[in-house]
Unconditional design. Structure first.
Length: 643
């Protein structure tokens, strides 16, 4: 870069960013309602059931409604707003719902409220005489919030059981800044964002593949999936680039060997498919199990909902692939098996067990499983998430952990996602994976007409999940005449293909009023197929310049600089006109570091755009630093990672 241009950019970016924004201060001990202190933030409920805050930003009064962008259930109101000063020095806004049984909160991000986080609920289990659990959370009557330890906020929840008051104190910890340096940040989560100015949150959705459905039921009557594929399933990609699918298909009632009159699950079979490109699939003849008098099929000896995981850390090659499964369809879920295999085709069985020190489920079906290499507790190294039923009619989402993928322990305060948490009142399956230090997941939600789709959730600890866009599906149903218009049956953890994230899902059309048709096998008249949706990796949510503003800025939380060169890569989209620039500041003084007050021009659209500064390494002795970004025009910033 020309030295003269470099100097101009340095002056320009420094003068644009200017001093750090001053945050409004809130009362840390009491609700901010009707306060008379000048410039003190206040919050109130409106007659329409929204929360409105009055702030003073840059000397000007600003009125905002952080709840207005979030859908409500029928007759729902947001209530009891409480403003406190958080441990990060920013105002935090808490409130509850008169319908849902959770707290929700926002952090102030400089010139507006950040996205909503799902807070805490009052966990309480009181089984009836048959051990059936009808609810897992008590209604929150009132609450208090205050700044807890150095990196946490403390909430006190009040409820009652049979007229007896109950109180519970819970902590909401701030993520460890060390994780910011280790894993970077995906901006679907704003915990590592200190403040923004003139920026808005920009969310993206996967695009369904034009060849959908990419995998359909077989037209051969001698194969076990004539009516459906991907009722449940797993898709992986091996080191040679081959796509592999383990899926539950089901036969046509009366056409296969299973006689009529059986439970619907008895018509399901686990099958195997392969693909070179992830779009065109084939059914290899495995010759393992007999179906309709022949072994010329793709049947596998696995449980109905195949969850297959490849474990490259496993020292025993014969156990490289694992498939944990429950024993029997309606047995109480204590007994379990672990299927292991060297090639994910030839399986053998190990006997395991599940323990439930807390909530005991009526049914717990794993929808995913993975080794969590970032988990510090060896007893929790393996994690499985899935459909967690606390009664025959109450469905939630649960977590189990294991040291070896064989003996599992249910999280004592399951469920980790409850029906009383989101806009839609019903949840079912949950698929979770790790991405840049976050637990990211797809939760299956449905309405009263049994239309199932998937919403995006995330968590720092794998226990407390928040929705990215409550009420808006990441994998939505198709149009009225599309093959996937009514019901999404399953989703696999995504496959990362180059710079893209590939989501495979099962879906189908429904016949209206199946339960009223009088045909006990009406469900079998609708075929299930598999579809594919893709998006650029890590771009679930990010930041863009607000309409009407030419530029915007973002500052991260303080972090400790690593020794040696500072290498940063951005998930971003920018051009010579729609620019993105980044500088490093001393977090204590707010001054720009010499040699890091501007970077070489960034131009590109990628998940790892390298940032190049004039100096390779920051000066020694700097305790805390922060990154400051400037976006102009149509530039987008989705995440960052140190390397």
């Amino acid at each position: 870069m020309d030295p003269t241009r470099r100097q101009v950019l340095a002056v320009g970016i420094g003068s644009l960013f200017g001093p750090l924004l001053r945050s409004p201060r809130a009362s840390a001990e009491q609700p901010a309602k009707g306060g008379s202190e000048p410039n003190k933030p206040t919050a109130r409920e409106t007659e329409a059931g929204e929360i409105v805050t009055d702030m003073v930003v840059d000397g000007k009064p600003v009125q905002l409604s952080p709840t207005a962008a979030y859908p409500r259930r029928p007759d729902e109101r947001w209530q009891e707003p409480v403003l406190i000063d958080g441990s990060d020095g920013q105002p935090w806004l808490f409130y509850r719902s008169n319908v849902r049984r959770f707290l929700y909160y926002h952090r102030w991000l400089g010139d507006g409220w950040g996205p909503r986080y799902d807070g805490r609920g009052f966990y309480f289990v009181d089984p009836d005489s048959t051990n059936v659990i009808l609810e897992n959370y008590l209604p929150i009557r009132t609450f208090q919030a205050r700044c807890g330890s150095e990196n946490s906020v403390e909430v006190t929840l009040h409820s009652e059981v049979w007229g007896v008051p109950e109180t519970r104190v819970q902590s909401i910890p701030r993520p460890d800044p060390a994780m910011f340096l280790k894993a970077g940040s995906l901006f679907l989560d704003t915990s590592f964002v200190a403040e923004t100015r003139n920026l808005t949150r920009h969310c993206e959705l996967p695009v369904k593949h034009p060849a959908n459905p990419v995998f359909t039921p077989s037209d051969r009557p001698d194969l076990p999936d004539q009516m459906g594929v991907m009722n449940h399933g797993t898709v992986l990609r091996d080191e040679k680039g081959c796509f592999r699918m383990w899926y539950s298909g089901y036969e046509r009632v009366g056409q296969g060997p299973t006689p009529p009159g059986r439970n619907w699950q008895d018509y399901m079979h686990v099958c195997y498919a392969q693909s070179d490109d992830g779009i065109h699939w084939r059914r290899p003849e495995l010759g393992l199990l007999s179906y309709a008098g022949s072994k010329r099929n793709n049947l596998l000896p696995l449980y109905l909902t195949p969850v297959v995981v490849e474990d490259p850390v496993e020292g025993d090659p014969s156990r490289r692939f694992k498939a944990p499964q429950q024993v029997g369809v309606y047995n109480y879920p204590l007994r379990s098996h672990l299927q292991v295999s060297p090639d994910a085709v030839h399986w053998r069985t190990l006997v395991g067990r599940r323990e439930y020190p807390g909530t005991r489920p009526w049914w717990f079906e794993f929808n995913c499983c993975f080794r969590d290499n970032e988990e510090s507790d060896p007893a929790r190294r393996w994690k499985a998430y899935g459909y967690f039923a606390t009664s025959p009619k109450r469905r939630t989402c649960g977590l189990a952990t294991s040291p070896d993928c064989l003996t599992w322990t249910g999280y004592p305060e399951n469920p980790v996602i409850d029906p009383c948490q989101g806009k839609k009142e019903h949840v079912h399956d949950l698929v979770v994976w790790k991405e840049q230090g976050l637990y990211v997941g797809l939760v299956q939600v449905r309405d009263s007409d049994h239309h199932y789709e998937y919403e995006l959730v995330f968590s720092h600890d794998g226990i407390h999940f928040s929705r990215v866009q409550d009420g808006l599906a990441l994998l939505p149903l198709g149009g009225p005449q599309d093959w996937d218009c009514d019901l999404m049956t399953a989703a696999s953890a995504p496959v990362f293909v180059g710079d893209e994230t590939w989501f495979y899902y099962g879906a189908k059309q429904k016949i209206e009023k199946l339960s009223d048709s009088g045909d006990p096998y009406a469900w079998s008249l609708v075929t299930t197929s598999a579809g594919l949706a893709t998006m650029t990796r890590g771009r679930y949510a990010g930041f863009a310049v607000k309409d009407g503003h030419g530029q915007g800025t973002l500052r991260t939380v303080p972090f400790s600089l690593p020794a040696g060169p500072l290498r940063l890569r951005l998930n971003a989209a920018c051009t010579a006109e729609d620019t993105l620039r980044v500088a490093v500041i001393d977090a204590n003084s707010g001054k720009f570091l010499r040699g890091f007050d501007d970077c070489e021009p960034l131009v590109g659209n990628g998940i790892a755009l390298p940032v190049i500064w004039r100096e390779p390494a920051p000066p020694p002795g700097l305790a805390q630093a922060a990154l400051v970004f400037q976006l102009t025009g149509k530039a987008r910033l989705y995440g960052l990672q140190f390397s």
